[in-house]
Write a protein that binds this ligand. Structure first.
Ligand SMILES: O=C(O)CCC(=O)C(=O)O
Ligand SMILES: [Fe+2]
Length: 232
């Protein structure tokens, strides 16, 4: 296997230079065949894997992250390969991702602005399947700045095309919040920082279809030993 540091060198060409540090946007990270395979696997999963939330539904794989440690569950092969493919870029500090959230958004659905928080190694890899979306970034609420609207705090957006990989680290992970508006059409404004990288033009408007995202992360604190049943 190549050394991660070499691969990170290759990643540099994918930096979104118009955004704060650091966003890598890699178009066509997976092929169309891989995309349909992954979508098949997502929809083949047991119904009980889905959790319905307001505005989206999700599958949690790998265990539930917890401050005391995640009781790790073995990932199915199709997600393990995704984790290995993203991790081989060296973005998890040489570790292999062990946690995946699958989110499904119908047109008009989204996710409230949030931070991914301290339970993960501060890197997230997102593979988009089925449709594009627009991921919006916001400055955190600072009490010293007085009352602020979400609109005031809006900084920039990234266009995520199907089959692309987005990697967020550093300030993009630790400082900014991210979210997806409940919209079914996305006008491409000059606030979209990766327009050229995503092969789009300002002024265009894209209609959303159903998008499935794989959010790939590494949870460092894992409880490996299984509890021994019958023993206190
Ligand atoms: O669907 C996405 O790309 C965003 C998902 C997300 O922010 C998360 O799972 O924390
Ligand atoms: Fe998130």
């Amino acid at each position: 296997m190549e050394r991660p540091s070499c691969i990170v060198e290759d990643l540099k060409q994918f930096v979104v230079s118009e955004a704060p540090q650091t966003a890598f946007y890699i178009p066509d990270f997976i092929s169309e065949d891989e995309e349909s395979f992954l979508l098949q696997q997502v929809y083949k999963s047991p119904k009980t894997k889905w959790t319905q939330l307001s505005g989206r539904r999700l599958q949690n794989w790998g265990g539930l992250p917890h401050p005391k440690g995640m009781l790790a569950e073995t990932l199915p092969d199709w997600l393990q390969s995704c984790c290995e493919k993203v991790s081989s870029l060296g973005v998890f500090g040489g570790k292999t991702a062990n946690h995946v959230l699958v989110n499904e958004y119908k047109p008009g659905e989204g996710i409230m602005a949030h931070e991914d928080g301290p339970l993960y190694h501060p890197t997230v890899g997102t593979i988009s399947l089925g449709s594009h979306t627009m991921l919006d970034f916001y400055r955190p609420v600072l009490a010293a700045d007085g009352p602020q609207t979400q609109q005031n705090r809006y900084l920039l957006s990234l266009l995520l095309r199907p089959r692309s990989l987005l990697v967020l680290q550093d300030d993009m992970y630790r400082q900014l919040l991210h979210g997806i508006q409940n919209r079914d059409r996305d006008p491409l404004t000059d606030r979209v920082a990766n327009l050229s990288g995503a092969g789009a033009r300002p002024g265009e408007t894209l209609s959303r279809g159903t998008r499935v995202s794989l959010t790939i992360r590494h949870v460092p604190k894992v409880i490996r030993t299984r509890m021994v049943l019958g023993r206190k």
